[in-house]
Ligand binder design. Structure first.
Ligand SMILES: [Ca+2]
Ligand SMILES: [Ca+2]
Ligand SMILES: [Ca+2]
Length: 835
């Protein structure tokens, strides 16, 4: 042991003594080879409060390992704890420093944090012009959060005391009166205190003045010193599974001026160069398609002259199949990109790429590689997300039948998932009154369990499109609406896609019939149910909420309780949503005719009624301009063949195409089956323009697809792009290049920045992503067939997709809207390739 420690000390001296210095670069972050320190390049302005993506951040040897550096009000902040507003950001290259003004308006509390590059460290100082307000004195502190998956099982020393970061949380807590806890976002509570009026406060794992983290891993080694005040280390996972390790110092009460100073020194491996990321399709390639690997290189890396394709022969021996030159693409954000084109290889077989010493995993070249790309999504992901059903798979129950007590009319209220109930209910129901009949059909939105009406409308539309265009007869799922039971991998004689359309329509028709218009969402009434992880059945107690009972009290007949856990229907009327529903009902009625005639008729009735009422409402509100009824008119024409719908569509489509051809082309293509040859001819120039648009991405980025830079990553856009290309090729094979059909598939299946894993869970890929933000995310797992949003852009220059940490929804969540779009893409892609 002693010998090891001496060796470690020697390494540290060398390591921390390596002179290079953290310098502010042109992109306004501190940089040295192997280390980036960002200071509010990403402020706390994400859509969902603390997204664990903000404040002071460290990108350590290519991986973002720390974030959340800021003045915070909790030992281990949760998503809905208050976050600071950034009131100013001053970058000063002369002093090599960045100063951030922070404010908590709820407490009229201002602070300034100055980060200064000093040698290989940054010094972080907190300044107060007024003392910490009494209400949060002893609670406000400076925090920095470290990613558990990068630190667990690694060692740390606090003032020389040895310890190890736990793989799973099991440290100590206390409870304190709720009144001592800083207010949470909009006054919501993330926890159910079981009537104790107390909150849980974690105790520190360690405290002291100097911490060395990951002494056993040079890529993660960090030294943090606090000159004046103790550092405390917390495990945020003890409150919330998505918590991080939190390093924290409490700001002293009653003091002003410079009240805290930390020195943070992330170790840099001398001369470190990031390993190349060889992007290729993990699903493989059909023999005739273009095959180009995109290799992402550290900007200090020197590209090799060639790369090689090796083939693993049927007897297990290995043969060189191809050697080809490396072409430079150029730089894109922080990396350089080169390409390796091995399109010449067409022989079916098992291959891998070798670039320098680096070998990829194997992949297939074969005529059938894309045959199964949607099977996991249709056979597993979609049925698991069927609400109000018991879902079984082999020996496993995914969930029981949720929300048996139904849905209450939401009272006027704010919400935590971007909804609200306005001052009126717009229905015949009183707040908290049971709205009958809504607990039927519908799909969980995503990693949460609400029925987002807009998303569910999209699901039915997507599935109807897939049904009408491709007529998939695939039957791998038993669905009984009568038994409220779904059994995966048990054929029942009915095409699954019809059953999925029926299931979505059942809930949406119930909304229109019971409420009179569409709810904005059917969602949780309390925040501590919203972040539920586990079986959806246990979100509510299955008993009707009775406000005359005390919380947790159950009525004598066992049918009601005083626990306010019943789900709410948010019913503020939105004519645009009704308009969209009208579109979907028209489509659903077509698909369901001959399979469930009663439901088909009910859907058509609601379609016509909502269309008329929404038009009147929007006319009255002068909202005609935002009607967006182009697709609706098309759907209604397809359902009814009434000429006036067609006339309206034709009035709208050409203007829409002239205004924005790229985003409206899909709708224009969708109309082709109902139109004459003249319509198709008139569309040709727009399709020609779309081909130019496709090619423009070759200059935009090395991957040749639209890469989104928002706070929800962009694989959905790539899927839409790919879908439109397929449809355009289907109708205009002389205008769209066949080679361009593969762009979206390449990107989604592994040819993208950061790593080369397929963004679709499970079927077909050699190396799919392993963790996703599904409702089983606490198990670091996935639901097969999910499509991750993928590569999340972090300002100012970093793409990221964690595959050992599921909890960032913007990278790893899949939505029912997005995944059913992927089904269309996959079906269209397979269909055009088969031709
Ligand atoms: Ca949701
Ligand atoms: Ca079936
Ligand atoms: Ca209940």
């Amino acid at each position: 042991m002693k010998k090891t420690m001496l060796l470690m000390a020697a390494t540290l001296i060398t390591a921390f003594g390596y002179a290079q210095g953290l310098k502010l670069n042109d992109l306004e972050y501190f940089e040295r080879q192997g280390v980036n320190v960002l200071v509010f390049s990403n402020p706390f302005t994400g859509g969902f409060n603390d997204e664990k993506n903000s404040g002071i951040e460290i990108i350590h040897h290519g991986v973002r390992t720390a974030q959340g550096g800021a003045v915070r009000l909790n030992n281990a902040p949760e998503q809905w704890d208050l976050v600071p507003q950034m009131t100013s950001r001053k970058v000063d290259p002369a002093t090599n420093s960045i100063e951030i003004g922070m404010r908590y308006p709820d407490y009229d509390f201002d602070s300034r944090v100055v980060v200064t590059g000093k040698g290989d460290a940054v010094e972080i100082s907190v300044y107060l012009d007024k003392p910490v307000p009494d209400a949060i004195a002893g609670e406000a502190g400076f925090n920095l959060e470290f990613l558990p998956s990068q630190y667990w099982n690694k060692t740390f020393l606090m003032d020389g005391r040895l310890n190890r970061f736990p793989r799973y949380t099991a440290s100590e807590t206390i409870t304190r009166p709720n009144q001592e806890k800083a207010r949470q976002f909009k006054g919501f509570k993330t926890y159910d205190d079981r009537g104790t009026d107390r909150f849980i406060d974690p105790l520190p794992l360690e405290q002291g003045h100097t911490i060395l983290m990951a002494t056993d891993d040079p890529e993660r080694l960090v030294k943090v010193t606090s000159q004046d005040i103790d550092l405390k280390l917390y495990d945020g996972r003890i409150l919330a599974q998505n918590g991080w390790f939190v390093l924290r110092s409490i700001l002293p009460a009653g003091k002003t001026g410079k009240v805290l100073t930390w020195t943070v020194e992330p170790h840099a491996i001398p001369g470190w160069i990031r390993e190349p990321n060889i992007g290729f399709s993990q699903v493989g390639y059909v023999p005739t398609q273009p095959k180009v690997a995109v290799i992402e290189l550290d900007k200090k890396d020197t590209p090799k002259a060639t790369a090689t394709l090796f083939r693993i022969m049927n007897d297990g021996s290995i043969q060189k199949a191809f050697e080809g030159g490396i072409q430079s693409w150029g730089s894109y954000f922080k990396y350089n990109y080169v390409k390796f084109d091995f399109s010449a290889v067409r022989e079916p077989g098992v291959y891998y790429i070798q670039y320098g010493d680096l070998k990829t995993n194997d992949f297939l070249i074969d005529e059938h590689v894309y045959d199964k790309i949607t099977d996991a999504t249709t056979d597993v992901w979609i049925p698991i997300h069927m609400n109000h059903m018991f879902v079984n798979e082999g020996y496993r129950v995914w969930h029981g039948e949720p929300f048996k007590e139904g849905y209450l009319q939401a009272p006027p209220s704010d919400h935590f998932d971007m909804h609200r109930q306005g001052a009126t209910t717009d229905t015949k129901y009183q707040p908290y009154e049971l709205i009958p009949g809504l607990n039927v059909g519908g799909y969980f939105d995503a990693g949460d369990f609400d029925i987002e009406t807009g998303a569910n409308i999209g699901v039915v539309q997507n599935l109807v499109r897939a049904w009408e265009l491709f007529h998939s007869q695939r039957d791998e799922t038993f669905v009984s609406e009568q038994q409220r039971y779904v059994d995966l991998h048990r054929p029942d004689g009915v095409p699954d896609i019809l059953q999925f359309i029926e299931h979505g329509t059942l809930n949406l028709v119930a909304q229109a019939e019971q409420i009179g218009h569409m709810a904005t969402t059917l969602s949780n009434s309390v925040l501590d149910n919203y972040h539920h992880l586990g079986d959806a059945t246990s979100i509510t107690d299955g008993r009707h909420y009775d406000r005359s009972l005390k919380p947790y009290e159950v009525s004598a007949d066992g049918k009601s309780s005083g626990t306010p856990d019943d789900m709410w229907a948010f019913t503020s009327r939105n004519p645009r949503l009704d308009f969209n529903a009208a579109t979907m009902f028209a489509a659903a009625s077509r698909a369901l005719e001959g399979y469930n005639d009663d439901l088909a008729q009910r859907a058509l009735t609601q379609s016509k009624r909502l269309m008329q009422e929404a038009t009147e409402l929007m006319t009255a509100n002068n909202q005609q301009g935002q009607m967006g009824g182009m697709a609706t008119n098309l759907q209604l024409y397809a359902a009814t063949h009434e000429q006036h719908y067609l006339d309206s569509f034709l009035q709208q489509i050409w203007t829409a195409l002239d205004n924005n051809a790229t985003s409206n082309l899909q709708t224009a293509l969708d109309a082709i089956p109902y139109m004459d040859e003249a319509y198709k001819q008139r569309l040709r120039p727009y399709v020609q323009k779309y081909q130019e648009y496709i090619l423009s991405f070759d200059k935009d980025n090395p991957y040749g697809v639209p890469i989104g830079l928002g706070n929800w990553a962009g694989s959905g856009n790539v899927v839409s792009f790919g879908t439109t290309i397929c449809f355009a090729y289907l109708y205009f094979p002389d205008l769209i290049r066949k080679d361009d059909l593969y762009r979206a598939a390449n990107y989604i299946f592994g040819c993208h920045p950061y790593h080369n894993y397929s963004l679709v869970a499970a079927v077909g890929a050699a190396r799919p992503k392993a963790v996703f933000y599904g409702n089983n995310r606490a198990d670091f797992s996935f639901i097969p067939g999910n499509v991750a949003p993928g590569l999340l852009f972090r300002q100012p220059d970093h793409f990221e997709n964690y595959d050992d940490w599921p909890f960032l929804w913007g990278q790893n969540e899949g939505t029912v809207g997005g995944n059913t779009q992927y089904v269309i893409f996959g079906s269209a892609f397979q269909n055009v390739l088969a031709k």
